[in-house]
Design a protein around this ligand. Structure first.
Ligand SMILES: Cc1cc2nc3c(=O)[nH]c(=O)nc-3n(C[C@H](O)[C@H](O)[C@H](O)COP(=O)(O)OP(=O)(O)OC[C@H]3O[C@@H](n4cnc5c(N)ncnc54)[C@H](O)[C@@H]3O)c2cc1C
Length: 453
């Protein structure tokens, strides 16, 4: 696999996207240098995970195509997602979706990046601890044949202007709270009130006027199999006020427990069993993401071309889990393309690579995220989809397949198109599916007993 091509690559940023590309290029004969503002120990233990990074089939296949560990053998997997929606105080929608052919897996981004960085260094990759600024980037790009910037949403992303034609939002749509916890298994007894799959299904709740919550199986770098929580709070909501009070892992769990007591009590027994991960003071984060698309290619002061990768190129609100997936797909595609290319990695080549990625995934991934954010442009379609998912398990499974491969949503720009997709996914006419919809009228509550009971 490692034949020397005599070509050099520089990658700025050692998050999971950067190191995935670095290892892939190294294994394809490039002489690769990774520049990171933190040393390897700090990348693993001194920062929070960038996000939950739940990924599905296409992103897993992208990792496999580079010969990388997908953690499918060691992480707790999810086979579906149960959904509950409270609308104007009424327990309105409940369904349990089984993913159609894909398995969800969420691995601590710090663990994944650390494992890949270890392999990268062992196989002869160069790792330089240095905060790269635009001046330094110019010097780096002058020497490397291929320079990729994977510094996340901040970092050097400003080198790549926001593309207004591809960007819908100018501010975050939600405030976020994310953390990982231990103390709860993944057996059939857990979340049994939501799904016969128990702890193998993710648990999603939406409360109108407040926001959304997600629990999902997670592989934490220290605690191993555990659970990840994600909360989205609407601007000005009570949830937003509560999230703002989080200052550490303990208060994250405390705030979330209170939120379940007051708004999502059907899952409270599960939440009551959760414990903070003592070894990891960085098991939590709060913040907000403005979903945007940047120009995928830029150049340094002296005109050397550089390409944006992962969050540096496109950032997403995490509600549809597209960021890590997109970064991995983009990284793998770029590696394969570079390995097969003989000429220079000039602006034209880098632009073609980015445009192909945007067409293949980026655009649709943005749209699916807007759908799950209940963007006013998609609110009616979202309502139809959730109603159809309640009436058709087959549709429900394929609806969540959009998180894996969002492209089928690309053409859904009207109610008619939404109904056509329902018909196709459900395998029966949309109107018949929708006619079966009945409001949930009261969710089943958890009867999970505490271990001591
Ligand atoms: C709350 C939350 C939940 C999420 N959930 C999901 C999900 O379920 N599924 C999914 O697919 N995606 C999800 N995402 C998105 C996903 O986590 C990110 O898209 C992904 O981890 C980004 O990886 P990255 O390598 O591109 O960037 P980062 O992880 O941000 O890595 C960038 C690295 O570059 C370094 N750096 C920055 N500036 C410099 C510099 N000047 N010089 C050198 N190094 C620098 C940083 O320190 C960092 O190590 C979520 C995001 C959030 C916020």
């Amino acid at each position: 696999m490692t034949t020397s091509s005599g070509r050099t690559a520089a990658i700025i940023g050692a998050g999971q996207t950067g190191v995935t590309a670095a290892l892939g290029l190294l294994d394809n004969g490039f002489d690769v240098t990774v520049y990171s503002d933190r040393d390897q120990d700090a990348l693993r233990d001194a920062v929070p995970a960038t996000g939950t990074a739940l990924i599905f089939g296409e992103a897993q296949r992208a990792e496999e195509s580079l010969g990388l560990n997908t953690y499918l053998a060691t992480a707790p997997l999810s086979t579906g997602q149960s959904v509950r929606v409270v609308d104007d105080g009424a327990e309105a929608i409940a369904f349990d979706a089984w993913f159609d052919g894909a398995r969800g897996i969420a691995v601590d981004t710090r663990l994944k990046a650390d494992d890949r960085l270890t392999l990268f260094r062992r196989r002869g990759g160069h790792f330089v601890v240095e905060t790269v600024d635009p001046v330094r980037l110019d010097a780096i790009a002058a020497k490397a044949d291929l320079t990729l910037v994977a510094t996340g949403r901040g970092g050097l992303s400003a080198l790549f202007p926001v593309d207004p034609a591809r960007t819908v939002y100018d501010k975050p749509q939600r405030s976020l709270l994310a953390f990982s916890v231990t103390g709860l298994g993944h057996g059939p007894d857990v979340f049994a009130h939501r799904s016969t799959a128990g702890g193998q299904h993710e648990a999603y709740s939406a409360v109108s006027g407040q926001g959304e919550t997600f629990w999902g199986p997670y592989l934490h770098k220290d605690a191993g199999p555990s659970w990840a929580f994600l909360g989205w709070a609407l601007p000005g909501s009570d949830w937003e006020r509560r999230f703002a009070g989080v200052t550490d892992a303990a208060s994250a769990l405390q705030v979330t427990t209170g939120l379940h007591r007051d708004y999502i009590d059907w899952d409270l027994p599960e939440v009551n069993q959760l414990r903070v991960i003592d070894e990891d003071p960085h098991s939590w984060l709060t913040g907000a993401v403005t979903q945007l698309v940047r120009r995928g290619v830029g150049h340094t002061a002296n005109g050397h071309p550089v390409a944006a990768l992962g969050d540096t190129a496109i950032s997403y609100d995490p509600i549809a889990g597209q960021g890590a997936q997109g970064g991995l797909v983009q990284a793998a595609a770029l590696v394969h393309r570079a390995a097969a290319h003989d000429g220079p990695f000039d602006i034209a080549w880098l632009t073609a690579a980015f445009e192909d990625f945007y067409d293949h995934r980026g655009r649709a991934a943005q749209l699916v995220t807007q759908l799950f954010l209940s963007d006013p442009d998609f609110a009616e379609i979202g309502g139809l989809f959730f109603a159809a998912a309640s009436g058709s398990p087959r549709f429900a499974g394929k609806l969540f397949g959009l998180l894996d491969d969002p492209r089928r949503f690309d053409s859904v720009t009207s109610e008619e198109a939404a109904k056509a997709l329902i018909t196709e996914f459900a395998g029966e006419p949309a109107d018949e599916v929708l006619a079966r919809f009945e409001p949930a009228g009261g969710f089943e509550r958890s009867r999970l007993l505490s271990p001591a009971a």
